[in-house]
Ligand binder design. Structure first.
Ligand code: NAD
Ligand code: MG
Length: 350
């Protein structure tokens, strides 16, 4: 087969050989925030020989943690002032504030503003001056895996996007940053701030976080309302989801279909579209439109400005769904869960 027959994927993918560490080793990177992404970027960059200063508020509980990991720590403003590259890894909702107070006054021509998600640039919540580079290196994974993979000489797939190239070096520097945190070991896909932001929001709303939890709850409620036991409903509709997702993660949909019984395959193939039908598709298109036209962004920004009233209420309702109580009790009865918990927290601390 020729390449044309097999390759439908037309984005550029970069690997270690495409990156030149010279574009970053002479520079100082301020990593603002020491949460999920921050701790991983800071430690991986430092281990790759880059000069790193972590930017944290003076009362931050992470200050000691970062110093304990052998890193230099300063206030966000001092770190930004010193740095050539400011990696903005505080929560998206506080980035505009941190930008205004700590970053913008300390940006010099030729500096780089580096993000791991495009929300604030794409929706104009941060409007950088024209004389700085604006880049994104976004690992497609939570921070503890970005760190663990790096330590195990493995990579974490990532995205690279250039929003603004004032110096002409933004692309080389972004690739070097991606290499220094371990992403080019696995592969880095070129994208844009718009594409990353809109697909990320759509994915987490319609499929990953929103779609899946709704599917689980509706399945659970359907069984319990029909008189089946909550324990059985929990196992069928939530617990086993992990096994199915693991198979899809490893070998795609086909890998999953090959592993389940023929009965499960036939039933799944005939009934899946009955449940998630053309109405669900229309609803997905509506969700996507609200992401594209900025309606979701405006709603979320206003929600934050108002002190998160709906968010607080929705969180409360989700916590109080019956499936959560049933799950907590059941997970307590099984040994596998304890092991997984210990492994996970050990990973996060590592
Ligand atoms: P996080 O919530 O885990 O960590 C945020 C850090 O910022 C914490 O150390 C917190 O103490 C600090 N912080 C909070 N407010 C601050 C302030 N006002 N001043 C200074 N520091 C402050 O955040 P995260 O999940 O690592 O997200 C960081 C960025 O990475 C976001 O843009 C996010 O979209 C992106 N991202 C996250 C993931 C992920 O899996 N977590 C994956 C890809 C991209
Ligand atoms: Mg500077």
């Amino acid at each position: 087969m020729t390449e044309d027959d097999t390759q439908t994927f037309d984005s550029t993918v970069y690997y270690d050989d495409d990156a030149d560490s010279e574009a970053i080793v002479q520079k100082t990177v301020a990593v603002l925030g020491y949460g999920s992404q921050g701790h991983a970027h800071a430690q991986n960059l430092a281990d790759s020989g880059v000069d790193v200063v972590v930017g944290l508020r003076e009362d931050s509980s992470s200050w000691e943690a970062a110093e304990g990991d052998g890193l230099r720590v300063a206030t966000p403003a001092d770190a930004a002032a010193e740095a050539d590259i400011v990696s903005v890894l505080v929560p998206d909702t506080v980035q505009p504030d941190v930008y205004e107070n700590a970053i913008e006054p300390n940006l010099e021509a030729g500096d780089t503003l580096q993000f791991a998600h495009g929300f604030n640039i794409h929706y104009n919540q941060i409007q950088p001056p024209e004389d700085v580079d604006v880049t994104m290196v976004a690992p497609k994974s939570p921070g503890h895996l970005v760190r663990r993979n790096y330590e195990n000489d493995e990579g974490t797939p990532g995205l690279l996007a250039i929003y603004q190239d004032a110096t002409g070096d933004a692309h080389d520097e972004g690739l070097a940053y991606a290499a220094a945190i371990g992403c080019t070991r696995a592969g880095v896909v070129e994208t844009s701030f718009r594409e990353e932001t809109e697909t990320d929001l759509f994915g987490e709303q319609a499929v990953l976080c929103g779609g899946v939890t709704s599917l689980v709850k509706q399945g659970y409620e359907t069984l319990v309302d029909a008189g089946y036991s909550p324990e059985m409903a929990y196992f069928e509709c939530l617990n086993e989801l992990k096994l199915i997702v693991d198979l899809m993660y490893e070998d795609g949909l086909g890998g999953m279909w090959d592993s389940v019984s023929d009965t499960a395959e036939y039933g799944g193939l005939t009934q899946g579209d009955v449940v998630v039908d053309e109405h669900a598709r229309e609803n997905m298109e509506e969700v996507l439109e609200k992401v594209q036209n900025g309606q979701f962004a405006r709603e979320w920004i206003a929600e934050n400005q108002a002190g998160r009233p709906s968010y607080t209420q929705l969180r409360h309702a989700e916590k109080n769904h019956e499936i959560e109580a049933v799950g907590e009790e059941l997970r307590g009865l099984f040994a596998w869960q304890e092991e997984t918990d210990e492994e996970e927290s050990a990973e996060v601390k590592a």
